[in-house]
Design a protein around this ligand. Structure first.
Ligand code: 16G
Length: 243
């Protein structure tokens, strides 16, 4: 690392940029320990405050994490999720070479509420599957998904369905491909329960995604409320300029 004290670029920023590129090019590997604030400040003849500012910013941006009494370490790279493609969690993780899995948190066959029946455009009253799962990639919790699926769109659901791809089951059951979705994104802070399931701190930044997904026939088959870890995901949206 090289610090240029004459540069108009603030020193904390120079440190941040260089550490980021070392993380991106693999010079600093996930879970590698970083030198201490004191070591950095002695090596470059800069104040510990400056080093702390750089490291704290990188912790907040998700590039580094701290462990009490042990020091600062390199985070695993964030997953980039595009907002265009309509993929299932299973497809998404497999395409990244990761192993998807699920932990069932709650399952119930519930009576529709007027709100759910309205969103899913299904009969009211009718039966709806409520499935809450933690979704993991290589055994690391990534998201909590609370799915509401009309019984008529899926039939009976068993443990084997919750451990594999529900989308695959829905496509087979309805003999129709999944086609489009409407989704809303909202920043949020992890509640105590969400934090426990995602193995993050209470109040940590998370992204709430509400999505209603449709078959090619135009029938809605799922409404989901998902909580994604803010430190694990970057959501990418490609845009064309509207003229
Ligand atoms: C995605 C969907 C979720 C769906 C799941 C099915 C979002 C926000 N969530 O994670 O609604 O239930 O895929 O995955 O996109 P599966 O087919 O692996 O069970």
């Amino acid at each position: 690392m090289h610090i240029d004290k004459q540069s108009p670029i603030p020193i904390y920023y120079q440190i941040m940029e260089q550490l980021k590129s070392q993380i991106k090019n693999g010079e600093l590997q996930p879970d590698a320990p970083l030198p201490s604030e004191r070591e950095y400040s002695e090596q470059f003849g800069i104040s510990r405050m400056t080093v702390r500012q750089a490291l704290s910013n990188l912790v907040n941006e998700g590039f580094l994490y701290r462990q009490k009494g042990r020091g600062t370490f390199v985070s695993r790279p964030k997953m980039e999720q595009t907002l265009q493609g309509l993929t299932s969690f299973t497809e998404d993780m497999k395409s990244r070479g990761m192993v998807p899995s699920s932990k069932l948190v709650d399952y119930e066959l519930i009576d529709s509420t007027a709100e759910l029946a309205g969103i899913l455009d299904c009969e009211h009253p009718s039966k709806i599957h409520k499935v809450i799962r933690v979704r993991l990639a290589n055994d690391i919790p990534m998201a909590i998904e609370a799915s509401y699926i009309p019984f008529d769109m899926a039939g009976e659901l068993h443990d084997s369905h919750f451990q594999t791809s529900i989308y695959e089951h829905i496509e087979q059951y309805n003999s129709s491909p999944i086609s489009h979705a409407k989704q809303e994104l909202e920043p949020s802070a992890a509640t105590q329960e969400e934090a426990k399931l995602l193995e993050i701190k209470k109040g940590a930044p998370v992204l709430l995604i509400k999505r209603t997904t449709y078959l090619q026939s135009g029938i809605a088959f799922e409404h989901v409320k998902s909580i994604y870890r803010g430190d694990r995901y970057t959501f990418v949206h490609y845009m064309d300029r509207l003229k």
